[in-house]
Structures are given as structure tokens and as C-alpha cells.
Design a protein around this ligand. Sequence first.
Ligand code: NDP
Length: 293
Amino acid sequence: MKTSVTVLGLGAMGTALARAFLAAGHPTTIWNRTPGRSAELDDLGARRTEDITEAVTSAQLVIVCLLDYAGVSEALHPAAAALDGRVLVNLTNGTPAQARSTAEWARQHGSQYVDGGIMAVPSMIGGPAAFVLYSGSASAFEQHEAALATLGRATYLGSDPGLAPLHDIALLSGMYGMFAGALQAYALIGSEKVSPNAFTADLLVPWLTAMLTSLPRMAADLEYGAEPGAAGSNLAMQAAGFVNLIQAAEDQGVSAALLRPVQRLLESAVAAGLGDQDLSALVPRLATEVTRV
Ligand code: NDP
């Protein structure tokens, strides 16, 4: 008999989670603030309730996936007593601090708490490329690991509930850095009516793919210490070249707003005498007041 599961929240992601549990044969109870959402889940065998306390008490494993933690707090508050003795897995995106305080709140109500970060879009849930980061109660994770693996590869990061959102936000930061760069590139080529399709396939994707291969080296520098200039692209050279990124954008009538913080970071490092270092030397400077933007 498969573990019974409750899914709270039937937005795009909650619906995908419920669909995956149903497809894997888990008896699945669903609840959403706005009644009647994602009617297709009823046809797939979901048990729907509009009473959140009934939803929480319907399963040992309670998954919550709402827009934000304010919504989680608001939705779960009336059902707090029903959490006693259950496992609450919160897959809502949030910060490490929010995860830790929600874990403490859940603990006070007798619940074992696991926080999670979903590294997938809804269409990927249940497929081979999806993975979900978890942290918090080790025993709760172990007990429900098989059920959670239904959603995607389940990776447990440790007992501090803040670890999953820490890693989730770090990965999203890397992703948005890439997207911000791509947006800037498209705006720049768009200023001369260059085809985005050809630019992407022939140039942007191969270039970014090649640049991705430099990350393990950067990580090794951070882990073991860097030999200055070993990568052959020192910061003084990069700061000089970066001026051209700003100037070219402005000459083409494109905003340089996304680029300027990176330029400030580069220039402050060079001014601090780090011109012969590689990019990894910028990481510790992000923690200092001088480069905060
Ligand atoms: P949607 O905007 O599609 O759905 C939001 C859900 O939150 C709805 O069910 C909504 O209910 C509910 N909600 C919002 N506020 C409250 C509240 N105060 N009380 C009760 N319910 C509330 O978002 P997604 O489903 O796409 O995202 C859900 C979570 O998953 C987010 O934290 C998101 O960051 C994360 N995520 C999403 C990904 C994606 O690509 N979609 C990828 C990875 C993570 P109602 O129907 O009543 O409005």
C-alpha cells in the first residue's frame, strides 16, 4: 500500500505534484484556497476537500506548495492542531530564515518538518530531469523518501531546515545571472535587428556552454585557494573590457543597468589591488560593505 499524501495548494506546481503522486498510485487528498481549481485531478482519482483541517488529517505526509511563506502561514494557521504527529513537507519557495521559523512553528505543534526546494518546472515533475532538495527532520525524510522520490530525484542536505532553501536560492541566483546576461545580449543584438534564433543556436548557446566549463575551476579556487592569474583572464583586463560592455549598450540605446553592479564589483576589486587575480577573487568581496550595491 502506497503512502497516503495530502497536497495543499493547486497552483501550477501543486497540481503537477498531485498529478505525479496520483500517477504513482498514492492515495492523494487535495486542497486549494480557491475551490474547484485543477478539476482534472478529480478525474485522476484525487480526493478533494475544501476543509484544510480535514485535508491535513487525511494523510501522514502533508505537502504544502503555495506562492509564498506568508500564504503557508495564513493557510496552515487554522489547521495547526491537526499537524500533531504528521510530517509537513513545505515545497514553497522561501528563504533559509523563513524555513527555520516555519520549522520551529511546526515543531511547536507536534509536527516533523522538512523544507524543500523544487529544481524543476511543473512539466518536469515526475520526470528524469527533476530534482528536489530537502532539509530538516532526517527521520521524516527517511520515512517518506520513497514517496518524495516520485516527484524527482530527492536530495537530503542536512538537519538544518534552512539548507534546502539556501541551496535553492543559490541555484536560482546562478540561473537568473544567466537569464539576465541573455536578456542583455538579446537587447543588444535587437538594436541592430539581428535574428535571435540564429544568434542563439549558432553563438549564444555554444558560448555559454563553453563558459560553463570554467565553473569547476572557479570552485576549486574557492575551495583550495587560487594561484593569481592562472586562468589567463585577470581582473584588470576584465575591468578594462567591461567598460566596452557599458559603452556599447549605451551607444546602441540599450540600458546598461543590469551590467553596472558587475562593473562596480570588478572596479572595486582592481582598486583594492586584486587586478592580477581571477574572477573567484570577487566572491569574498560580495560579503563586504564596500561592494554592496
Ligand atoms: P501559482 O501562482 O500557480 O499558484 C499559487 C498557489 O498558491 C495557488 O494554489 C494559490 O491559491 C496559493 N496561494 C497563494 N496565496 C495563498 C494564501 N494566502 N493562502 C492559501 N493559498 C494561497 O504558483 P506555482 O504553483 O507555480 O508555485 C508554487 C510554489 O512553487 C512557489 O513557491 C514557487 O516559487 C514554487 N516553484 C514553482 C515553479 C514553477 O515553475 N511554477 C518552479 C519551482 C518552484 P489560489 O488558487 O486560491 O490563488
